[in-house]
Design a protein around this ligand. Structure first.
Ligand code: ADP
Ligand code: MG
Length: 476
């Protein structure tokens, strides 16, 4: 078995475990340097990638190599040549062999766009979109689900040269993509005011382009976009299917990347999932770093609520929001951060309007509709699947007539959660569990209730499962 075969296998297993997108983000450019002394030496192109792999995948890599050969006791990851000398690393990612633009770009001679203008001249000219002053890094709460996107965004904002190109941020609606993009723009403006930053939505990009076509002014259009140092296009899925806009976007994109300017893109899905966008564009979008934002988990939601509540107090004076209310909201409003924020605002506004203190009861009352729409998201099927996964039993067995304890207990837990987390009736729940009678469901609910009081193990299981289901994804 040659070393190369082993390396190929390690990579294949990583790819299978992590999925294509994650693998490509971190491991696409990893190389095997060699082995010696029981050490495997790998190299990656940048320090940032190295640090990320070390902090997130080191154990996994070590295990995979040990599986290949017990003699491989440790894995070292080095940054490939091209890395700047230690004293100049200064948290910046350098691209080797590209002509580096000086940090202070010379101002345009014609004065059309003053390079150091704050806010950017382009924004004043109506090309870009204004930045929301609330969307800063300080106001962004970091959790497991967004830590990668956040780290990458910070890196791009703090580097004096081009980092990953493009940085592609993607994730569902209301999870903070626009917030992060604005935060990058604010940060660059503060740290490096001489760099020209242009932020706009893909929709606005299209609008500008169509207008330029109509007024036969495409030269100026091209010029505007190609003279920036950092271009950010938000919600790029918007240009899918709009052929001429896509074409122009692609040219702009290529021109900027070829000139070593930073491009940052967001979309509601990964580059490879962007339907209606040409293959060559999709593939080029995935060349840099694609960082996804996952749905929030309970801890992050609570953290965000606490931050927003603090902020409200700073601005509007003391409002007392009992911790129980924040916890309740974090448990129940799972759809996205925008709704979560909206819920908090509604509760606070209502309380001040009627001049009553905020309570749990009142929150439930005020948010009835929102709670209901968030509730519907958990299905019995999902509960069954998660519970089976959790207890490591087969879903088919859980739904079967088998009475063995190993499947009977998970089945009861699943029934209990179905009763608690959905609005399905007992007979409906029974039917979904292999056509059981509603009395079986009642029995299961009572049993688990009882066990939760007697057995902290079961209580923990149920609590964890509930959080996972309410959070919409597994904490891992
Ligand atoms: P997207 O662009 O992904 O649809 P936004 O960036 O517009 O989402 O975020 C929606 C709202 O949620 C904004 O008000 C934003 O400030 C807030 N938000 C999202 N994620 C976070 C976070 N991690 N911390 C604080 N606020 C957040
Ligand atoms: Mg957005």
């Amino acid at each position: 078995m040659s070393l190369n075969d082993q390396w190929r296998r390690v990579r294949a297993r990583l790819q299978a475990e992590l999925g294509e997108a994650t693998f490509n983000s971190w491991f696409k450019q990893i190389d095997l340097i060699g082995v010696g002394d029981g050490r495997v030496m790998l190299s990656v192109p940048t320090r940032f990638i190295r640090n990320w792999i070390v902090s997130h995948y080191a154990d996994r890599l070590a295990k995979l190599w040990a599986d290949e050969d017990e003699g491989f006791a440790r894995v070292d990851i080095l940054v490939a040549a091209g890395e700047p000398k230690p004293e100049s690393i200064a948290e910046s990612i350098e691209e080797p062999s590209r002509d580096k633009r000086p940090v202070s770009a010379p101002a345009q001679a014609d004065g059309a766009v003053v390079a150091s203008a704050i806010p950017s001249g382009l924004e004043d000219a109506g090309v870009g979109a204004p930045l929301d002053p609330r969307f800063t890094f300080d106001a962004f709460v970091v959790g497991k689900s967004n830590e990668l996107a956040h780290a990458a965004a910070r890196r791009v904002a703090e580097a004096t040269d081009v980092s990953f190109n493009p940085l592609f941020l993607y994730g569902g609606v209301g999870l903070g993509k626009t917030h992060l993009m604005h935060a990058i723009a604010w940060e660059i403006r503060t740290r490096q005011p001489e760099r020209k930053v242009l932020y706009l939505s893909a929709e606005k990009f299209m609008y500008q382009f169509v207008r330029a076509l109509r007024f036969k002014d495409t030269m100026a259009f091209k010029q505007q976009f190609r003279s920036v140092d950092v271009l950010m296009i938000d919600d790029v899925q918007f240009i899918s299917g709009k052929d001429s806009t896509q074409e122009e976007f692609f040219h702009t994109f290529n021109a900027l990347i070829d000139h070593n300017r930073q491009v940052i893109i967001s979309a509601d899905r990964s580059p490879s999932d962007l339907e209606g966008i040409e293959e060559r564009i999709r593939s080029r979008l995935g060349w840099g770093l694609a960082a996804d934002i996952h749905p929030t988990d309970y801890e992050l939601r609570l953290g965000i609520l606490q931050a927003k509540a603090d902020d409200m107090m700073q601005k509007n004076g003391p409002v007392t929001i009992p911790p129980g209310v924040l916890e309740f909201l974090a448990h129940r409003i799972v759809s996205n951060v925008r709704e979560l924020e909206g819920a908090l605002k509604r509760v606070v506004a209502y309380a001040s309007f009627v001049g009553r203190p905020i309570t749990l009861d009142m929150s439930q009352e005020v948010l009835r509709d929102l709670l209901r729409s968030n509730d519907r998201k958990i299905t019995i099927e999902e509960i069954q699947r998660r519970v089976a996964e959790y207890y490591n039993v087969r879903l088919a067995d859980m739904l079967s007539a088998r009475r063995a304890r190993a499947v009977a207990r998970p089945r009861q837990v699943a029934m209990y959660l179905a009763k608690q987390l959905t609005s399905r009736s007992l007979p409906e729940i029974g039917r979904k569990f292999g056509g059981r009678d509603h009395t079986t469901v009642i029995h299961a609910v009572r049993k688990i209730d009882e066990l939760c009081h007697l057995d902290s193990g079961i209580e923990e299981d149920v609590d964890l499962l509930r959080r996972m289901l309410e959070g919409g994804h597994a904490p891992n």
